[in-house]
Write a protein that binds this ligand. Structure first.
Ligand code: DHB
Ligand code: MG
Length: 211
């Protein structure tokens, strides 16, 4: 018998999202990492983007487009998602998946090192209403700082994997990525430019509002 967890109970209340299930299927068949965000957090991203009336959303780490679909679904008329992705192959899959979801026109992918794109966007004077950080964990503190600098007042910054499968709370885990996530969580909790909370469900999600 399958164990019912608090999370699986909650997920069981919702009808299957056929668009997002298809994305997960594509990710599997393409042998891409099966690490899309939790369905409950996907719904939360859509709600938050909708609630703040975001027109400019920035995603760091596209993978197969699962979170991209959740973000784009919340965009206001005329809104746009810019998604930074290290790998061209992943961005191609993500673009295809957003297109099949009827959201392809709303997204623009930028390929390569996210830090370079973020600094470029900053130099160009671009500003955003919503950020979703879900890329290489060692750079989370850098992504946070750049997101704050790129933020319109009241912008929301969300960050996936704040627990790293429990590694952040295990003192024996000393790898750079884990230490960076601890730093990121600390910064989210204490930076005076932010108000925030960090949700411990699934693999953890940081939510911050730029004052
Ligand atoms: C893992 C999960 C993620 O959501 C991610 O962004 C990176 C890694 C993981 O479970 O390994
Ligand atoms: Mg993630």
């Amino acid at each position: 018998m399958e164990t019912i967890t608090a999370e699986s109970y909650m997920e069981g209340l919702y009808a299957e999202d056929t668009v997002l299930e298809r994305v997960k299927e594509v990710i599997r068949t393409q042998n891409m990492p099966e690490i899309s965000i939790a369905p409950g957090y996907g719904r939360l991203l859509t709600m938050l983007v909708t609630m703040i009336g975001a027109t400019k959303v920035l995603e760091i780490g596209a993978l197969g487009g699962y979170s991209g679909i959740c973000l784009a679904r919340g965009l206001k008329e005329g809104g746009k998602l810019i998604s930074l992705e290290l790998k061209q192959e992943f961005a191609d899959v993500a673009k295809q998946n957003l297109t099949e979801a009827g959201l392809g026109e709303l997204v623009e992918y930028r390929i390569g090192e996210a830090l370079i794109h973020l600094n470029e966007l900053l130099e160009q004077g671009e500003r955003f209403d919503f950020f979703f950080i879900d890329a290489d964990k060692v750079n989370y503190p850098n992504y946070l700082e750049l997101a704050i600098k790129l933020a319109n007042p009241g912008a929301i910054i969300a960050g996936d994997n704040t627990l790293m499968r429990g590694k952040v709370v295990d003192a024996n885990q000393t790898k750079a990525a884990v230490q960076a996530m601890r730093t990121f969580n600390q910064l989210v909790a204490t930076d005076p430019r932010l108000e925030s909370t960090i949700l411990p469900a699934y693999d953890g999600l940081a939510l911050a509002r730029v004052k």
